[in-house]
Design a protein around this ligand. Structure first.
Ligand code: UD1
Length: 440
């Protein structure tokens, strides 16, 4: 297994390039299944989740060629004839559940494993299933699998209101609704840029969708969709992560340049919060320059749906708050139990406590290097950020979590002044597990 070893307190300087978005790449890949023929997707990041989802598509009968150096993926969906996604793959990555909408939309039926638990606590899929029923699907559960059937081979379409608003449900229902016989309306739909980018690709394929970027989507089903050439959006969470990194670990007065970015995709809440910390930044058309302040001000945040503060940036924000000149809080209203990084950060001498769905963080904290364990994607990047400002050496174990969603993070940071290297280690060596009780 790999770990990252970081020598702390070396300033971040130079340029950090943002890769293509993971959370849009996966729906785009699912969307390509809806058209017979070959679609080409550009700016697809070279990530473990993308590789996992390529396997899912291949099992359904698609041919997938990924040129990871050029970030170009060709998906020929002509041969899709096996409408199934197995437990083996869905348990590795919840987004494989997008196969439910994609296969119903393409084949009129789907047999997709229910995802299991998640490191963030409960992550139900009840809305996905109720939504499919509202669009006319017959849903049955069979030994851990959802079996969905469109009577007569095609959904009728229908009206569904999501409560709460859900990115995954919106995408799954769009996949199912665009080829329905009739029209559909999705209410309280997600407005996240990820949904907008995905909707644009479907429109380019011939789908009739109105209201992208609003909370009501009107979809008129069409008989067939065409293959497409589409350029994926930059990753907004990677951009936000880099902006936080620059604010914390940049040299005061020296700009860190973040390239290939889409600053509009971050949402106002994050931009406002970062400005209040005293960090200066310039939002360009496709770049952001960030100048770290002499002293960070503490700024409390509450996560929310777009344009609220993204839950995918709250763990990173917590680390920034350890460096601010006062105390502040982080409240997650989307996921109530997404704080697995806190006990690890406490091993690095952070003073942060979890109370319900809230973390109170003490500022002016001199973090110390330690051996810490990644538990999920965003938690693991928060440990890397902590290692960058900690005294001494930090070992971040189980970086496969990080590799699911950050392309070449260690390479990018190393090119920008951070002392970071990747090493193999033996997970079961006594010295590695010391201090980490995996199960009691
Ligand atoms: C997506 C992102 C994830 C991000 C999250 C919130 C991908 C691959 N993942 O996850 O990185 O953190 O959006 O921005 O794009 N809910 C239900 N029932 C459901 C579905 C969701 O109650 O059937 C709830 C969830 O528990 C949560 C809220 O809805 O409280 C929002 O979750 P959702 O937007 O669906 O997250 P994902 O699409 O899974």
């Amino acid at each position: 297994m790999d770990k990252l070893v970081i020598q702390g307190r070396h300033p971040l300087r130079g340029t950090l390039p943002v890769s293509g978005s993971k959370n849009t790449a996966l729906p785009l890949m699912a969307g390509a299944l809806l058209a017979e023929g070959k679609s080409t997707l550009d700016n697809i990041p070279n990530l473990r989740d993308v590789t996992t989802f390529s396997h899912v598509l291949r099992i359904a009968g698609a041919s997938v060629n990924f040129n990871s150096a050029e970030h170009r993926m060709e998906i020929d969906a002509s041969g899709v004839d096996y409408p199934e996604a197995s437990y083996d793959l869905v348990k590795k990555m919840r987004a494989s559940f997008y196969m439910l909408g994609a296969l119903i939309g393409r084949c009129g039926r789907a047999r997709v494993s229910l995802p299991g638990g998640c490191a963030w606590g409960p992550r139900p899929v009840d809305l996905h299933l109720k939504g499919m029923e509202a669009l006319g699907a017959k849903i049955e559960l069979d030994q851990g699998y959802v079996v969905a059937t469109a009577p007569g081979g095609r959904l009728d379409g229908g009206v569904f209101e999501m409560q709460p608003s859900s990115v995954g449900t919106t995408i799954n229902l769009m996949l199912a609704a665009v080829t329905a016989r009739g029209s559909s309306r999705l209410e309280n739909a997600a407005r996240e840029p990820d949904v907008v980018v995905f909707g644009r690709m479907l429109q380019q394929m011939g789908a009739r969708i109105e209201g992208l970027g609003s909370d009501t989507l009107e979809i008129e089903g069409v008989d067939t969709l065409n293959p497409v050439e589409f350029y994926n959006a930059p990753d907004r969470i990677e951009l936000g992560t880099f902006m936080i990194a620059a604010a914390m670990a940049g040299e005061p007065g020296e700009p860190v340049h973040i390239s290939n970015a889409d600053p509009d995709s971050l949402g106002d809440a994050f931009i406002d919060a970062l400005a209040k910390t005293g960090t200066q930044f310039t939002l360009g058309a496709d770049y952001v320059d960030v100048i770290a302040p002499e002293e960070l001000q503490p700024v409390s945040i509450v996560t929310g749906v777009y344009p609220g503060f993204p839950t995918d940036l709250q763990a990173q924000w917590t680390v920034l708050l350890t460096q601010a000149n006062g105390n502040a809080r982080v409240v997650d209203t989307i996921y109530y139990d997404r704080f697995k990084h806190i006990p690890e950060l406490r091993r690095m001498a952070a003073n942060a406590i979890v109370i319900g769905n809230e973390v109170v963080v003490e500022g002016q904290n001199r973090l110390q290097g330690a051996t810490v364990m990644s538990t999920d994607l965003r938690a693991s990047v928060s440990l890397v950020l902590a290692g960058m400002v900690a005294e001494g050496e930090t070992h971040v174990l189980r970086v496969y979590h990080l590799d699911r969603g950050y392309e070449n993070l260690d390479g990018k940071l190393a090119a920008a002044g951070i002392q970071i290297r990747r090493e193999e280690y033996d997970e079961f060596a006594d010295s590695v597990l010391e201090g980490h009780m995996t199960e009691a």
